[in-house]
Design a protein around this ligand. Structure first.
Ligand code: SF4
Length: 74
């Protein structure tokens, strides 16, 4: 059974499961979009096309975006 730790409440319409460390905003510590993180399995459940706020650029950004200031989830 997979246990996900909820980082933010709310469930997007279509979520997929991705490994962490993909250098996309959805797997960046600074992205506050809706996602759940399974620390044990190192997986993220997220609608990668959804918008979240980047705490560095202070702008809404898609989970599929990326930048050089990537902060991996641990
Ligand atoms: S823009 Fe960069 S710092 Fe901001 S959430 Fe995306 S990867 Fe992280």
């Amino acid at each position: 059974m997979i246990k996900f730790r909820t980082l933010k409440k709310g469930v997007p319409m279509s979520q997929d499961i991705y490994p962490i460390g993909q250098h996309h905003c959805y797997s960046c510590l600074q992205w506050d979009g809706v996602r759940t993180y399974d620390h044990e399995k190192q997986k993220i459940k997220v609608d990668a096309s959804s918008l979240g706020n980047c705490r560095i650029s202070h702008s809404k950004i898609k989970g599929t975006a990326f930048c050089d200031n990537y902060y991996p989830l641990r």
